[in-house]
Design a protein around this ligand. Structure first.
Ligand code: ATP
Ligand code: MG
Length: 421
């Protein structure tokens, strides 16, 4: 039996017992955790049918967590079908979104539902996984805190909590969004992470992307608190008059309406909490109406400087148990002379090339066996990594961020009308 299924069974038994014993807060926490386990199961499933069954289970337990939290759960509305009947959450909790119900009537609608459910993830990224970017992390924490705090009566709050992350490729935007999602916990409910790759979305099921966006926000509201991460938002929201086609404009309209809708509801303490975080490598191509929705929360995620690179390298090497020839090698590798222009992703590639070459050198038998038995279970020999290893890796993995890219981002931050040449 898969590990997660066993975990789910144990958690479900615990949640039901806690609920029976009248510990509704304990039961809520256990159901919330159970919902995450089913979500992980959904992300591991290979068939669409299986995935849907597991998503339904995940949603059902999420709803039960909420009911326990609010003292509404009774033993009658707590499911124990273990996902076998496939219509867990929505039917058993009696709650099904209007858009979802409409779409569920035909094949294309069912595909859109599967697509939206496919965006849901559990995030395990924590702030501690992120190297450097300390002040940026503080800014994001502040933006999230401002979105959840209450203001004294009479104070009119204008800004939404929605955040736009801009910066060159591989600098950690997706990681930051995942860490944000993971840190959302409201009224004992952990945040759901909807990771939406917009570039891929647009080509699929032509003409249906607006419906997908509406369904996405409906689902995110029902599974509140949620973080909707719109990656590569530039692929949808090109500036009006800059070649944005009619379908892009329609999608943009739906997105703006959804974001505005959430903002209006945010003054109601009972309303769902849905935070939109968007990311782009080309902020200068974004529609100004969209840009304005993010207010002050437009955050530049820059290429890491030497101290940022050192922090990332520390995570990629020392924290993973690898040794360096000299204690000062980390400082040496992070210097401008070595790794200026390397993004976090480039550094990950660089270190994995160096580690792999060292491992192949120390263990020639790994690529030279006749019978797999010769190597299976044997312990890999390792040695400390040296300047020579890193120099060889640098030849294979060049930096991807140029000075011009960095200047363009800085110029855009100072003047949103800036257009790179
Ligand atoms: N600040 C960082 N700390 C630790 N690892 C990082 C950092 N930045 C990037 N990385 C590494 O690079 C990988 C890619 O980062 P990520 O996907 O977050 O970049 P991105 O900015 O979203 O890129 P893109 O613009 O291409 O979508 C991460 O999975 C991680 O391994
Ligand atoms: Mg990304």
């Amino acid at each position: 039996m898969d590990n997660w299924i066993q975990t789910a069974k144990e958690l479900q038994a615990r949640a039901e017992k806690l609920s029976k014993d009248g510990d509704s807060q304990g039961a809520a926490a256990a159901y919330d955790q159970l919902s995450r386990v089913w979500l992980t199961g959904a992300s591991q499933s290979f068939s669409a049918e299986d995935r849907r069954i597991r998503m339904d289970q995940s949603n059902k337990f999420r709803e039960l967590a909420r009911k326990c939290k609010n003292g509404e759960a009774t033993s009658r509305n707590q499911g124990n079908d273990n996902g076998k009947n496939g219509d867990g959450n929505n039917s058993s909790s009696g709650k099904i979104g209007k858009i979802r119900a409409q779409l569920d009537n035909d094949e294309i609608g069912k595909m859109l539902i599967a697509q939206v459910d496919g965006f849901a993830q559990t995030s395990s990224v924590t702030w501690d996984d992120i190297g450097g970017l300390d002040s940026l992390v503080s800014d994001l924490k502040k933006a999230l805190a401002s979105a959840v705090v209450k203001y004294p009566a009479g104070i009119k709050r204008e800004a939404s909590g929605d955040i736009l992350l801009v910066g060159p490729p591989g600098t950690g935007k997706t990681m930051l969004a995942a860490a944000l999602a993971n840190s959302i916990c409201l009224d004992g409910m952990t945040g759901r992470f909807y990771n939406v790759g917009l570039a891929g979305l647009k080509g699929h099921y032509q003409g249906n992307t607006e419906k997908t966006i509406s369904l996405l926000y409906e689902t995110a509201r029902e599974n509140s608190p949620s973080l909707v991460f719109m990656d590569e938002i530039d692929s949808l929201c090109t500036a009006r008059g800059q070649g944005g086609d009619s379908s892009s404009r329609a999608i943009l309209g739906v997105m703006l309406a959804e974001m505005d809708g959430m903002q209006k509801k945010s003054s109601d303490p009972k309303a769902s909490f849905v935070l939109t975080v968007a990311a782009t490598n080309t902020p200068w191509s974004l529609d100004s109406a969209l840009l304005s929705r993010f207010g002050e929360n437009r955050v530049l995620v820059p290429a890491p400087d030497a101290s940022g690179r050192r922090a990332i390298l520390e995570k990629l090497l020392i924290r993973q148990g690898y040794q360096l020839e000299n204690a000062s090698d980390l400082d040496w590798l992070a210097e401008d002379a070595q790794t200026k222009g390397y993004s976090g992703r480039d550094l990950r590639s660089l270190t994995s090339v160096a580690k792999r070459a060292m491992e192949m050198e120390m263990n020639p038998n790994l690529s030279n066996w006749k019978d797999l038995k010769e190597v299976s279970g044997s312990v890999v020999k390792l040695r400390a990594l040296t300047h020579v290893d890193f120099r060889a890796a640098m030849k294979r993995v060049p930096p991807s961020i140029t000075q011009k890219m960095m200047d363009d981002f800085r110029n855009w931050c100072e003047d949103p009308n800036f257009q790179p040449r």
